[in-house]
Ligand binder design. Structure first.
Ligand SMILES: [Zn+2]
Length: 438
């Protein structure tokens, strides 16, 4: 089989297994190991000959320069140009020079997911009834937070899809990179190297009479401040932050230097999200909870358990669903944020004023048969789970050790590997704010 056909079949295979990434890892003997990340876990698919040819082929598909072998490159493949049957698949391609050649990772982006409505992204009806009014308001800041690959962007796009249907809103975005093209909204790509920073784009965008603004990510005080000010002055602002939980997000914004007053009054809600495995609906079975499960769940309500069948490769799980931690704003929370209280006190205020923890959302999803108690426990040890050991101290005071920089996201090469760059190159250095062009 030719390399072209092989590569096509790997891509098709990855797509049909629901993989999120394909890894192409070369070794010194020109062999390439192919691995897929499926439901969060890496699986080796095969080791094939011809690492260099495979790398070249992918780079051709992504429109990359074949001569650029010693710098990381960033590109995109519209897969239907090469494989007709995969009409909704895009791949974001990243290359990195390594021993043996170039390691290539392709992130699979299914444009079909872009059409998901809010009902489909994984909210329970109970949470959705509290969330929906917040995005129906013409102003306010809605933040989706979590680590890379937790589905934040998909969530924001589903809000955009929902709002777009109203037909009478000017929706504009500032993104880096643009994850999906959406018909009917205006998307601007941030490009810090050319001076097109988040703050610059946002200020320009605010002069364009927007109703809804999507800010790809809040990474610095300036972007954060513009976002919250916009949210206070009659715009619905949607954005993401690279933080671990909802309360930690408020602390992070404060740490960044965003004024507490602005955060307090702009914030509508924060949703922190994580994936757990979805129970296979073909083989899951309902049963009474055992004594431990009863204690954790505080109920004798039947729950579903994983079993395993041919449909789910004997795993008992197929696909993933998000768990959401939901922190709605409230007068008490506003007072706490404005009063610049300690993270512990902020946490207590959140819990007393409508916070839904990851564990509580997970528990609802266990009862709905969407996931298992084991999955929820695996994920939520310590995240509002009454059975978890109390943590001695929250780490939020240090801003969770987050840098605010998305890891693993190389800048558009070749500028990312400037020979002059000293020390550890930052993944995303912020360009100095430039004076506004007239
Ligand atoms: Zn099954």
């Amino acid at each position: 089989m030719s390399i072209e056909l092989k590569l096509n079949s790997w891509i098709q295979d990855a797509y049909s297994r629901g993989a999120s990434d394909i890894h192409f890892e070369p070794d010194k003997d020109d062999k390439v190991r192919i691995r897929f990340r499926v439901d969060g876990k890496l699986k080796t698919i095969e080791t094939a000959e011809g690492a260099r040819v495979v790398a070249s082929r992918i780079k051709v598909m992504a429109g990359m320069d074949l001569n650029e072998k010693n710098v990381p490159l960033d590109g995109r493949i519209r897969v239907d140009k090469w494989i007709k049957s995969l009409s909704t698949l895009d791949m974001r391609v990243s290359t990195l020079p390594c021993l043996g050649g170039e390691k290539i990772v392709c992130r699979l982006i299914d444009r079909k997911k872009l059409d998901m409505s809010l009902d489909e992204i994984g909210f329970t009806p109970k949470m959705l009834s509290r969330y929906r009014p917040l995005i129906a308001k013409p102003h306010g800041l809605v933040l989706h937070v979590g680590p890379t690959g937790s589905g934040k962007t998909t969530s924001l796009y589903s809000i955009i899809q929902t709002l777009k249907k109203q037909g009478d809103l000017n929706i504009q975005t500032a993104e880096d990179p643009i994850e999906y093209d959406v018909f009917g909204i205006t998307q601007t790509m941030v490009n810090a190297e050319q001076g097109l920073t988040f703050p610059l784009v946002l200020r320009a965008l605010l002069r364009q009479d927007p109703d809804v603004i999507l800010v790809g990510e809040i990474r610095d005080a300036e972007t954060g401040t513009i976002a919250v000010e916009a949210a206070m002055t009659g715009h619905l602002v949607l954005s993401t932050l690279h933080t671990n939980d909802a309360v930690g997000t408020v602390v992070r914004l404060l740490d960044m230097g965003v004024p507490p007053f602005c955060i307090a009054y702009a914030l509508s809600c924060i949703v922190s999200q994580r994936f757990v495995r979805r129970l296979c609906t073909k083989c899951r079975r309902s049963q009474a909870p055992d004594a431990t499960a009863q204690k954790i769940l505080g109920s004798t309500r039947p729950i579903y358990k994983a079993k395993g069948c041919s449909e789910c490769s004997r795993e008992g799980y197929k696909g993933r669903i998000p768990l959401f931690e939901f922190l709605p704003s409230s007068p008490a929370l506003r007072r706490a944020v404005y009063g610049n209280v300690t993270p512990d006190s902020l946490n207590a205020t959140a819990q007393a004023n409508g916070l839904v923890s990851l564990f509580e959302d997970g528990r609802d999803k266990v009862w709905l048969g969407q996931t298992s108690l084991q999955e929820v426990m695996r994920l939520t040890q310590g995240a509002g789970n009454p059975a978890a050991k109390p943590k001695p101290k929250r780490r939020v005071a240090t801003g969770l050790g987050q840098t605010g920089v998305k890891p693993g996201k190389p800048r558009r090469a070749p500028a990312g590997l400037r020979p002059k760059a000293k020390g550890k190159p930052q993944a995303k250095p912020q360009a100095k704010p430039k004076p506004r062009p007239r």
